[in-house]
Design a protein around this ligand. Structure first.
Ligand code: GNR
Ligand code: NI
Length: 168
């Protein structure tokens, strides 16, 4: 197991679009193990492969209180989405910035597990928001992309200040 470095905004590779996973092998298992370790250590409730500079459709999620409900989503797609929900989001790739984002309230997701077996999941609440956030990363999108131009401008200025303070 190993902690992986997380890319931070504005790293250009955060904009890359991930490709499908074709081989469900030991290399994939090792990467997923390392992604979980990195996510739990951060700590975070989700992590997309894009954030660790691997451009494959892989995301790990655990929104449980006890951090004991790991979920691996490979080649995930949203089949159906409904409703609207606003939630405050953060991102390990934009550390320190938290903004309200409007997302779909419920999603039906089709994905494969580590063995390549297909599953469907119908969910809402924090898990639905987190899944949408992670699938966005795999398409090169960040939560700030969902803000209005004005809010996004303000958020990025805030982030710049946070960064400068951290470097000082
Ligand atoms: O740890 C995380 N918290 C979070 C809170 C609200 C909505 C989404 C998230 S995901 C984030 C971890 C992360 O950056 N995943 O890509
Ligand atoms: Ni994120």
């Amino acid at each position: 197991m190993a902690l992986l470095p997380i890319l931070e905004y504005p790293h250009p590779n955060l904009r890359k679009v991930a490709r499908r996973v074709e081989h469900f092998d030991d290399e994939l298992r090792r990467l997923v193990d390392d992604m979980f370790e990195t996510m739990y250590a951060a700590p975070g409730i989700g992590l997309a492969a894009t954030q660790v500079d691997v451009h494959r459709k892989i995301a790990v999620v655990d929104v449980s209180e006890g951090k004991d409900q790991p979920l691996v989503l490979i080649n995930a797609e949203i089949l159906e989405a409904s409703g609207v929900e606003e939630m405050e989001e953060g991102c390990l790739s934009i550390p320190g910035l938290h903004e309200k984002v409007a997302r779909k309230e419920r999603v039906r997701v089709r994905y494969q597990d580590l063995d390549g077996v297909e599953h469907e999941l119908d969910t809402g609440g924090l898990l639905a928001v987190c899944i949408q956030h992670e699938l966005d990363h795999l398409e090169g999108r960040l939560f700030i992309d969902h803000l209005s131009p004005l809010k996004r401008e303000r958020a990025l200025k805030k982030y710049e200040k946070l960064r400068k303070r951290e470097r000082a």
